[in-house]
Write a protein of this length. Sequence first.
Length: 128
Amino acid sequence: MDNLRRKKWLGIADRFASMKPDEQQRTQHRMREWVKLTPEQRNKARDSYKDFKQLPPEQKQLVRQKWEAYANLPTEEKQRVRESGKSSRLLAPIQTNTPPSSPPTTIEGEISTTGDKPAATTNSSNHQ
């Protein structure tokens, strides 16, 4: 593990005792999910996080809105979306050459296939 990632993990460990119980539980869950990922999936999550952080605020808000819409779907519908094969485009960054005056187009029911949360936000607090 490189020094930067080691420092981030140590920082999480240092803060853990002072976290509220629900924050501790969320952190533990995210850590368990993170260690289940393959190195390629972790790199993809890191890249998605970096891409998300570089988006303009209005595009970040659009991604959040899309995620919220997906999160409110029934479990069966989420599964159908994941299995549709088109799901990875929903949270893809919007093309920067799109004129700001034209509304962004989305494909209904598409979402990231990385699980219940998009990679861009799933690992944001303990991004390694």
